[in-house]
Design a binder for this molecule. Sequence first.
Ligand code: SF4
Ligand code: SF4
Length: 714
Amino acid sequence: MTAPTMKTYHNSLKTALDDDFLRQTLDKFAVQYRANRQLIFADVNEKELIAEIADAKDASLDQLDQLYERFKIEAEKKGVVVHRAATAKDACDLVCQLAKENNVQTVIKSKSMTAEEIHLNHSLEEAGLKVTETDLGEWIIQLRHEGPSHMVMPAIHLSRHQVADVFAETTQRDQDSDISKLVKVARQELRAKFAGADMGVSGANFAVAQNGSIAICTNEGNGRLTTTLPRVHVAICGIDKLVPTIHDALRVIKVLPRNATAQAITTYVSWITGAVERQEDGQSAQKRFHVIFLDNGRSQLIQDAKCRQALRCVRCGACANVCPVYRLVGGHRMGYVYIGAIGLILTYFFHGHERAKLLAHNCVGCEACKDVCAAGIDLPAIIQEIRARLTEEFGSSMDVALLGKVLANRGLFHTLLKFAKWAQAPVKKGRYIRHLPEIFSLGQGFRALPAIANESFRDIWPALKPPFVPGAKKIGLFAGCAQDFIFPGHLRAAVTILAKLGVNVEFPLTQSCCGLPVQMMGQRAAAIATAKGNVLAFKSLDVDYVVTLCASCASHIKHRYADLLAGENMSADVKAFGDKIIDFSSLLTDVLKVKPETFVNNHEKVGYHYPCHLVRGMGVVEAPKTLLKAAGDYQPAAEEDVCCGFGGTYSIKFPEVSGTLLANKLNNLQATGATTVVTDCPGCFMQLDGGEAIRGGKLKVEHMAEFLARHLAK
Ligand code: SF4
Ligand code: SF4
């Protein structure tokens, strides 16, 4: 299959968004999964276990060659033949060769993502072999000639009616779409295949160097039948599946099923050690058992300091389960063979840069995947790194490259913004840019776009600066470009509150955009230039904290500047800046210890939208709720912490997905009965406010600072 073009990719996204069944199924699954996952992790220390898995996987990656040698010695002592395949083609050729040597005609397979990775079925069929998938989901998609749309639930995109249709075609009989009856059909059809198969091909969740065993976690009995009944068993897995001891495997098993399907353990965990005795034609014989370790770029990836974490992946699929983009468009549009966050990454490393070119951009950067990853992988950071590499390799569009150059030059950027303020006059209508015909709005018709403010915050700052209070805390204010030039009212409200609380505020005029938008576009040089400028802008101020009203700026500065500026010889300054960064809500509750009486509570019903970069990026959960309860009647909304679809330039690149995420968010907020919605990020504000304006809804959208300033006691 060739890589999609931008046009075909957008068309396929639209098709997915129009697929009501897909939307309902993935929605239902996502909601249930989140609730069940929380329950199933209640009896274990999730974060501690995940950190242990990450450390252990990293240690294994450092010694894969030794682990391979040890596994080979131990397994071969028990009659297993162990191979190493450098490429996907080598692995496929090897399995075909083994089939030929063993006079194999028919092959049954249990679920294996590694076999999918190398398109093994295709090679086996080309070699004239009859191949049957025996995992129910895999069998269904094999019959439909599709790839998996999820790593654990490969046929999640299909309805029972679609399955009944394909079973009817296969069996040449009408089929009832009752699920239990469909399972019975599969069982009947597959039993004969198990009984007659010459070779079973499986994957392996673990290969244990200590004793040469492999382990397979499954929920269907097909894994055991595939590995035991045929006279030849070939297990194929990535070299990264090697672990030193059974203890290492057991540790992962504590998290893998919990994370995958919210089960404490899978129905079967099968440990296979050595080639066992079996009966063949009434004679005693030994099973032919081969284990193939696939490299396919893994050795190279281990050397890649920024991305090697991806090899910790245990294929639980949780990064797709919580991904708001996956939830809308499904795995066929969010990956190639591997799907979800890890799919965007592994497509680049295993299936080619060209194929990853568009996929790598289809991530809104919400960090939900990082939050649940069984192996503690910083998936969004790797996705950003891949975008930067793709931009360096393939170049970027003229507009993106130009934006990168402009943002890298603070003086030019600010001058252009001032110019744009005048240039927008013909299309400005109140606070917004007038609604443009679709052909000009580039798909942005789902929200009103804000106009640039008449006066930027930096223009009004000299008049706003609170008088100096000797001995009081000194707070630096980092504005970010959106609030400086588009929403200065957010900052003005914050300064009003801080002045009332008696603190000193500093606003260095040499600060600029935090650099996240250009980083998201893969413009590495511009991201470095803006980051450097901001560190220097605050360097000599000697402030206690640097507060920002933008959750995305806060998280980007705190977590990405160190890596971005690693080559700039300013690590102490970068660390000092990052350590001082704090979000507005936490500054008020945790540092300035505001009391409820700071506000007048007239019981205004208020809902809240958690910015992704506040709740996950900064780990802030309680502070906003505490403030809303002090100043209003807080109404929790469903899925408060799910992304609103903004994602900076994401909403421009993928308006169809962004607009759908926004509609879901506004529906959930509206259902609370709140009259006001508060958030802590100008990007989310722009999305919610602009969306509500287009819907003609009654929800008033405010930044936390505005809401609190409106309720500030005299
Ligand atoms: S950051 Fe969010 S949108 Fe991107 S892959 Fe992870 S979960 Fe999906
Ligand atoms: S990247 Fe993490 S969450 Fe995603 S499949 Fe791998 S281990 Fe699971």
